[in-house]
Ligand binder design. Structure first.
Ligand SMILES: O=C(O)C1=C[C@@H](OP(=O)(O)O)[C@@H](O)[C@H](O)C1
Ligand SMILES: C=C(OP(=O)(O)O)C(=O)O
Length: 676
């Protein structure tokens, strides 16, 4: 996941390949709650791991369920008729699928609970659900504003006697989650009598009710319904764990990759995007996004657990669609509309206004930033793409802590004007798809020379490694510590059983070309081994110098270093990054500091690690090394012609990092104010 303030996506050329998508949020949170209410243990396979499921799992533990997590398999032992542990304060984040159903379930289980969430959750309505529960006789207080979380369920003395003879009336036109919540909770009270629920007003997002009914059935509960208006939970209902449940991949998350397949072609001749984990027979309503994508021109085929998407009509065809049945995936259509001929209208989406943010306003605002014309109404959005290629603008997309805004606007990186797109606060995707951008990069294609590289070269102990790593971290870019390459190669060669000599030169070179090296979190990784310490020994230094004398290895390492230039970008630190390895880099920094200052830094570093050191000797060594480095005939240490020199003798690390970031920012087409 990218924890950076923003993530810059360079203009992307195409996409092809296969993606495995994470589990469905709607299925995951329903299954977790149903398992918690059941008797017995449920093993849930392929559960979504994200913020929304995290808050549900934490809450279930707090109320006394046993939850064992092993990767994506989670075992839950339900309450099975026992009272939940109470009192408890439960934090629901911004998960509607946790907040609403848990409120109803806890009200019917008895006990004292406070349910709260992030500030936006406290602006998302729950009044219709609370009103329905109060109708039954439940005691629920608002702790903030009437009609909104946080709230308190005050069943200290157990569940009060409930008024179950009359149908329970609940509004269906604000969120279907109120009805889902009642349908999941009421079986707890339907032991001896049937319970009816009547929907008042139009029922929106109806396919989500279908998911609820399907999953209830898996847990032994039969709900009959008349025309989706009146629902009856049959008397004698009792939650029974099905033993194990498999969660299919998220159909709403699939929408971004279906769109990607519809938008892009591949330079390598590979055809389209294959999505694994969800297929045309999905129980999730958002699978009907496929129909909308097809209407816009996508060619989609699929089987039970997979989808294959290729570009068909191009440009895409504009559509005019009632999107009430696919409220989440429909946001993706608004961005696909940028690539359509004509104006696309998405209707009947009033619920967008009470989700993670006011999504109609957010989408319209951000689409306009890209140069599109967007018109919004109370329950619709109308999008006309930029008239000409030259009308596209490089935009910094504000994401409003809304995962779907972040994910769908990433698709703007395929714009014909070849402009980069900045996604602010990319970590908001954690709500349902923490590794979204990694998944996107795994299939996105871009000519290597278009992937940004920042080179930070400089003499020894100038602080370039620290500064470069920090810059990479701030931008979410990859990091290459080229100075460590020979050490790592030597270590890998010895581990592979090769002596470091001319006889093994070819084999070491082959090995070097594809070394699985990563620099992450201040550590150096060789495959899954942390070799940070192992490459810093004196012996490793000597081996590195022997390996560097082998010309074929030097050549192989150039290829290896080039291979670090991958999405979303690279910060490379070394001595010849800007001059030799990445001569086309758009920003080259030559980081220096005077010898006295560098000697002092090295001295402090050594002393802090418990090594003896003498500052005068260190300084003399550094000066001698500088003289050697700058005068040697092969790749002498010197700033690239177009490098910016940064003397950081009098700067803190943070100041040096800021300086480099400012230079980088000045080269971006986004507004300067958008940097943080
Ligand atoms: O029940 C569910 O799992 C959901 C229902 C929908 O909400 P509304 O019913 O509020 O439209 C949807 O937007 C949400 O992401 C998940
Ligand atoms: C509306 C959404 O979430 P929630 O489940 O919190 O309602 C969503 O995921 O788009």
């Amino acid at each position: 996941m990218f924890h950076t303030a923003f993530l810059d996506l360079p203009a992307l050329d195409g996409a092809a390949g296969t993606v495995d998508l994470p589990g469905s949020k709607s299925i995951s949170n329903r299954v977790l709650l149903l398992a918690a209410l059941s008797e017995g243990t449920t093993v849930v396979h392929d559960l979504l791991a994200s913020d929304d499921t995290r808050v549900m799992l934490d809450a279930l533990r707090q109320i006394g369920c046993t939850v064992d997590e092993a990767g994506s398999t989670v075992r839950i032992t339900g309450l099975g008729g026992h009272a939940p542990r109470s009192p408890a304060k439960l934090f629901m984040g911004n998960a509607g699928t946790a907040m609403r159903p848990l409120t109803a379930a806890l009200a019917l289980l008895g006990g004292e609970f406070e349910l709260s969430g992030v500030p936006r959750m406290h602006e998302r309505p729950i009044g219709d659900l609370v009103q329905a529960l109060r109708q039954l006789g439940c005691l629920i207080d608002y702790l903030g504003n009437d009609g909104y979380p946080p709230l308190r369920i005050a069943h200290v003395q157990g569940v009060p006697s409930l008024a179950l003879t009359e149908p329970i009336r609940v509004r269906g036109d604000v969120s279907s989650q109120f009805l889902t919540a009642l349908l999941m909770a009421l079986p707890l009270a339907a032991g001896t009598q049937s319970i009816a629920v009547e929907v008042v007003g139009e029922l929106i997002s109806r396919p989500y009710i279908a998911i609820t009914l399907q999953l209830l059935e898996r847990f032994g509960i039969v709900v009959e319904h008349q025309n989706w208006q009146r629902f009856t939970i049959v008397a004698g209902s009792r939650y029974q764990s099905p033993g194990s449940v498999h969660v299919e991949s998220d159909a709403s998350s699939a929408s971004y990759f279906i769109a990607l397949g519809a938008l892009t072609t591949s330079a390598t001749g590979q055809k389209g995007i294959k999505i694994q984990g969800v297929g045309l027979d999905s129980i999730q309503g958002d699978i009907r996004f496929v129909e909308a994508a097809r209407a816009m021109g996508a060619v989609v085929t699929g089987g039970p657990n997979w989808l294959q998407v290729e570009r068909g009509a191009w440009p895409l065809k504009a559509i005019d669609l009632d999107c009430n049945h696919i409220p989440d995936a429909a946001m993706t259509l608004a961005v696909m509309a940028l690539y359509a001929e004509g104006t696309t209208t998405l209707r009947n989406i009033a619920s967008w206004r009470v989700k993670e943010t006011d999504r109609i306003a957010a989408m319209a605002t951000e689409l306009r930033k890209l140069g599109a014309t967007a018109e919004e109404g109370a329950d619709y959005i109308r999008v006309t793409p930029p008239a000409n290629v030259a009308d596209w603008k490089a935009a910094s997309i504000h994401t409003y802590d809304d995962h779907r805004v972040a994910m769908c606007f990433s698709l703007a990186a395929f714009n014909p004007a070849r402009l980069p797109v900045r996604i602010e606060d990319p970590k908001c995707v954690a709500k349902t798809f923490p590794d979204y951008f990694e998944a996107l990069f795994s299939v996105a294609q871009v000519e290597t020379s278009h992937i940004p590289v920042i080179c930070i070269d400089g003499p020894t102990a100038s602080g370039k490694g620290t500064v470069a790593a920090a810059v990479a971290q701030r931008l979410g870019y990859r990091f290459l510590d080229s100075g460590a390459m020979y050490r790592i190669t030597a270590l890998a060669a010895l581990r592979a059983g090769f002596a470091i000599d001319a006889d093994h030169e070819a084999r070491i070179a082959t090995l070097a070309q594809t070394l699985p090296v990563r620099f992450e979190g201040g550590k150096v990784w060789l495959g899954s081994d942390d070799v940070t310490e192992a490459i810093r020994t004196e012996e490793a230094g000597m081996n590195a110098s022997r390996v560097s004398a082998l010309p074929a290895v030097r050549t192989a390492l150039v290829d290896l270093q080039h291979s670090f230039q991958r999405l979303p970008g690279l910060v490379a630190d070394g001595r010849d990054m800007g001059t030799v390895i990445f001569p086309g880099a758009p920003l080259k920094v030559f980081l220096t500091a005077n010898a006295a200052c560098r000697a002092e830094r090295r001295y402090k570093q050594l002393i802090s690690k418990g090594f003896p050191a003498n500052i005068d000797d260190l300084r003399a060594d550094l000066e001698a090394r500088d003289a050697r480095d700058t005068s040697r005939s092969v790749a002498p240490l010197k700033p690239a012609q177009d490098a910016l020199v940064l003397d950081n003798s009098d700067l803190t690390i943070e100041q040096a990092v800021e300086k480099v970031l400012t230079w980088w920012q000045e080269r971006q087409p986004f507004a300067a104010s958008a940097q943080r």
